[in-house]
Design a protein around this ligand. Sequence first.
Ligand code: ADP
Ligand code: MG
Length: 613
Amino acid sequence: MADPEPLIGIDLGTTNSIVATVQDGQPVVIKNRTGQALTPSVIAVSKNGKRLVGGIAKRQAITNPQETVYAAKRLIGRKFSSHEVQDALRSLPYEVVPGQHDDLRIRMGGKDMSVPEISAMILQELKADAEAHFGRPVSKAVVTVPAYFNDAQRQATKDAGRIAGLDVLRIINEPTAAALAYGFSRTVNGRVAVLDLGGGTFDVSVLEINQGVFDVVGTGGDTYLGGEDWDNRIIEWLVFGFAKEHGIDLRKDRMALQRLKDAAEKAKVELSSVKETQLNLPFISTPPGGGAALHLQAALSREKLDDLTADLAERVVGITTEVLGEAGVRASELKEVILVGGMSRMPKIVEAVRGYFRREPCKGVHPDEVVALGAAVQAHALVAQEGELLLLDVTPQSLGVAIAGGYVRRIIPKNTTVPTSATEVFATSKDFQRLVKIMVLQGEHELAHQNELLGEFVLTGLREAPRGQVEIEVTFDINAEGIVSVSARDRETGLRQSITVTASSGLTEEELKRIMDEQRGYLMAARISEELKVKRMELDSLARDVMDALTRARLLPGGGGLPADAVPRAEQVLEHARQVRAGEDVGALGRACELLTGCLTQLKGPSRSGMGR
Ligand code: ADP
Ligand code: MG
């Protein structure tokens, strides 16, 4: 029997992404092709138009800030006009422009790309890493998202998976994945809290674990709280100090800003293990009136950093308190507090969490890898269906519809176990009304416009009848991935109503198809350019051998007994090879290689076998 297709779990992070699998019954991380577990979630187009992904893209960010895209996860599934996007734009060095449906596009390499396309490039890279690991194609994956992601963000992440050529088995929540990995290797019965503080987001979930059943009791978080906020505080502090000393605003210079960002993050990371660090940025600026270049030098202590970011650490505690409160769970009844994410290495964070829970957070899980490992465990469980693992997640945000007066009628409250569905009856409000429009909203605010508009559903072709007589039953479904769908039917006739959905953001099916075609085109082009490279190398090596053989033949008296036309023929073939090499035709290169091989055999002659190559 053939080996079953490999399954992978992917943690598509704001800062770093990781891919894992289950091997011999154990979840393990798959290292990328440069031997690292973490692949930076960074994409770039180099000066010569090449697409770069991961570490290689991150390393060139300073010299190419405008064409280097990071933290795309902060933008996925968001509307251009949202305050979250507008806020993020102020600190991002790359260009973001509005799309057609109030979505957004990132301008890179002279092209406007949707956020799912950018995320897809990272997913593609991880897929390729997994394929290199297994030595065969990989397509089935579980991908994680922050628990707090709404429907639009989940949909957009799924779209990214499709663009990357992945069959996304399921989208699961990051803290839930962390709990799965945690519970996989030990017997746990009871309630645990998972706190995940990454580069861009903070997620909290409370789960009840019992004999392989993972029941999420409550979840919450902040999609705009993460390590970058700590970095930004350091940047602000540096910029302020520099402005005070030299009267120059370093923020105006994209390259300086990128260098500051790098230095700030580095300092923050160092301060997790040492008490004081130096920031050194030589030649950061030049005075406006000319004169010697200016350098930035500063000493930063852990104490000072904690001072600059005290309110951020308080927010971590504040959000945690809120989530526990909503879930109706007391901190003291928890069996374990699992603290994960890169920022969990910061002493101040550990201290804040310890202070709140009055216990030491669990150290038994790898803070970077645990989410991807949990995703791999889930992928395995979904396909193997051994029934040992049951995941009961919840919807992180309430679902409702807009009603008269600009208010919301709540249909499915937050923290409801998914999958779930609810039915509401809508009646016509005018005589002979033929259509009803329903706005579906996600969020907790009472005012409709303060929530996320997931879509507008128009029920058309209603029976003509006096008002109030046509009653339409609308069913809202949230599947296990937290993705929403809506269907409707006429109560009296039982006829299903046609529903048109106007996506309020994200990609339409048509756009997706076009992008997927383009991707295939790109992958094909990449493969051709790889083949060209390989063929050219082969051709170069053969040409060198032919030239060597020619030199030897010329040195030998009487040409070493070669046929009279062997030398001119080889010279001709070499010239032809030179011409073909300049072109882009893989087939022609292959034929030129064959001709060169033919010459080589002739030049070496049957009696000379064993010589040369
Ligand atoms: P994400 O899940 O958002 O991709 P990660 O969980 O990988 O992010 O966390 C990345 C964040 O953790 C970054 O802001 C990084 O600077 C921070 N980080 C990583 N290691 C450390 C450390 N030793 N001390 C403090 N912060 C760290
Ligand atoms: Mg993460």
